[in-house]
Design a protein around this ligand. Structure first.
Ligand code: NA7
Length: 538
């Protein structure tokens, strides 16, 4: 490794992050003969699945689909045990991948990328880690995750609270035992909905502090049936193909569905029931227009309200749990085990923060405008600065010292969610304006990493040293992403998809909702057209 300056490690490529995206990027770039290292803040691989180890943490995409497809050997040898894999199993999988493909020696653990400044004269990214380490690399791959920058809202006088504070996004490695304790959970997003039933079963008392009620469907999680699992393991390619080419990448079968209002009410009800009984997010996809037509969506909302009222015994509690101010699916549909039923337990209290907001913490608990809630432990399940948060947490400066944070003041701007004009050789894996969080992340990660690897290879083949997005292509893509979103109900919700959960964040729809298969085909066409919209320079 040639050191061009003292104490600066010079590499062909640096990958930020060692989760699903970072591990595969390392694998691909090393196979191309590049010198490559990953910088990882944690002390192990896993990314999202390293940090989010709260009780009940589980993927809401089925395990057989939420796995890499790049290695047939890996596909044949890794045996998923449950329909939906829990966090420990996914973390073991990623540890296995790191070991099996000998990726660990390429990863600097406990090393967080702090700054990335483009050196135009040298055609290099000059990188600084949080502890002052310095590296230089031609290519920088941001594999920093879409839900990796936690957000914990300020609570007045929190420092006075005498109990223990936990965050679902940074859960301790040792077992946390809530037996005999009074626990509070703030938030009712996916993380909260997964951990609330388990905490309630263990704690003496659980108080759930809810600001916005959420929709959740049952997972009906279960051990995988060995014969069916084996049949799929022996014949993965068509399954993978269907995921890659379909609209959602979440479900292998995507047969055309009827519009909700074309169905007789009884038939609609039968479909919704069947989806509910099957479990998972199928409910969203058993009609064609759930996310584009408000009247269609209203029928899903009514179905969900009926289920919540059916499950929750106390009518007053059920009413407080009914989501009313956003269409179903415009905030991520949660997948749970016994979430609503947990509110039937005598040791669970639901506090409606809209009616009675938190005023301050006290040594003994939390005080709302109505009461003081005595707590021994407080759990924040309050979400993330999604999609752009982890990118902007790094001080990224491109040509002429321009700052990414300035360029994105009114919202992120990337061509295909992959590259930004003015930032040569900087790639985002599942960046803003790509299907990312609306898709099966592993499918989208593999597609982006493959695209980047092939683009780097194309540079070499053409004798070019840098690639960057053209401003006009980027503008057109950003406009297209916004236009497609406007054709859906998504902008009607104050969701993290819209950046609305972060005070001051521009209200922009972050992912691309045009479909995973169509997006992939668009990327392939662009590559086949000599990387249209990208500039390649010698
Ligand atoms: P989410 O889905 O963003 O949920 C965060 C929750 O925290 C949500 O219910 C918020 O209510 C609540 N929240 C946030 N700030 C506050 C304050 N200040 N006071 C009270 N409640 C608050 O994050 P998750 O970690 O659950 O899930 C993220 C994704 O990870 C999930 O979609 C899966 O894809 C995996 P709000 O709705 O903003 O009123």
């Amino acid at each position: 490794m040639a050191n061009e300056q003292e104490n600066v490690e010079a590499l062909d490529a640096v990958v930020a992050g060692a989760g699903f995206a970072g591990l595969y990027a390392l694998y691909r770039l090393r196979a191309m003969g590049l010198t490559v290292r990953a910088l990882e803040a944690a002390d192990d691989v896993g990314g999202t699945w390293y940090w989010n180890r709260y009780p009940g943490a589980r993927c809401d995409v089925e395990s057989m689909a939420y796995s890499y497809s790049f290695s047939p050997e890996l596909e044949r040898e890794w045996v998923w045990t449950e329909r939906y894999a829990g966090q420990p199993e996914i973390l073991r999988y990623l540890q296995h991948v790191a070991e099996r493909f000998d990726l660990r020696p390429l990863i600097r653990f406990r090393t967080r990328l702090a700054a990335a400044h483009y050196d135009e004269a040298g055609g290099l990214w000059r990188l600084t880690t949080e502890r002052g380490g310095r590296l230089a690399a031609r290519f920088l791959v941001m594999a920093t995750g879409c839900l990796s920058q936690p957000r914990v809202p300020p609570i007045a006088e929190l420092e006075t609270f005498a109990g223990r504070i936990y965050r679902t996004s940074q859960w301790p490695h040792e077992d946390v035992d809530f037996s005999g304790l009074r626990v509070g959970v703030i938030g009712t997003g996916s993380s909260a909905i997964q951990c609330i039933p388990l905490i309630a079963a263990q704690a003496a008392h659980l108080t759930v502090f809810q600001r916005t009620p959420n929709f959740s469907v049952p997972a009906h999680n279960a051990p995988l049936e060995p014969a069916a699992r084996r049949a799929l393991m022996d014949n993965y390619p068509p399954f993978r193909k269907a995921l890659r080419e379909g609209f959602t990448s979440l479900l292998p079968e995507e047969t055309p569905q009827p519009a909700a209002l074309e169905l007789a009410p009884e038939e609609r009800e039968r479909r919704y029931r069947a989806a509910w009984e099957e479990g998972g997010i199928k409910l969203m996809f058993c009609i064609s227009d759930g996310i584009t037509s408000k009247p269609a969506n209203d029928t899903l909302v009514k179905f969900m309200h009926d289920r919540i009222r059916e499950i929750v015994h106390d009518p007053a509690v059920a009413e407080r749990l009914l989501p009313r101010d956003f269409p179903l699916g415009t905030k991520r549909l949660c997948v749970d085990t016994d979430y609503y039923a947990t509110f039937n337990r005598p040791n669970v209290t639901l506090v409606d923060l809209r009616a009675t907001p938190i005023v301050a913490a006290t040594p003994a608990g939390l005080r709302t405008s109505a009461a003081e809630h005595a707590l021994d432990s407080l759990v924040f399940a309050t979400g993330f600065d999604a999609v752009t948060g982890a990118l902007l947490a790094v001080d990224i400066r491109g040509r002429a010292g321009r700052r990414l944070a300035d360029d994105w003041r009114d919202g992120p701007r990337m061509y295909l969610g992959l590259m930004a004009a003015g930032y040569p050789n900087l790639f985002a894996i599942t960046g803003p304006g790509s299907p990312s969080v609306l898709s099966n992340m592993v499918v989208s990660i593999e597609q982006h990493v493959d695209f980047v690897a092939e683009l780097i290879a194309a540079l070499g083949a053409r004798g070019a040293r840098t690639v960057e997005a053209q401003a006009a292509a980027q503008d057109a893509w950003v406009a297209h992403v916004a236009e497609v979103a406007q054709g859906t109900l998504y902008p009607q919700a104050n969701s993290w998809y819209m950046g609305s959960n972060i005070p001051g964040k521009p209200r922009v729809f972050l992912p691309y909702v045009g479909g995973v298969g169509p997006y992939r085909r668009k990327c392939a066409e662009i590559a086949a057209a000599g990387y249209a919209g990208f500039e390649l320079h010698a």
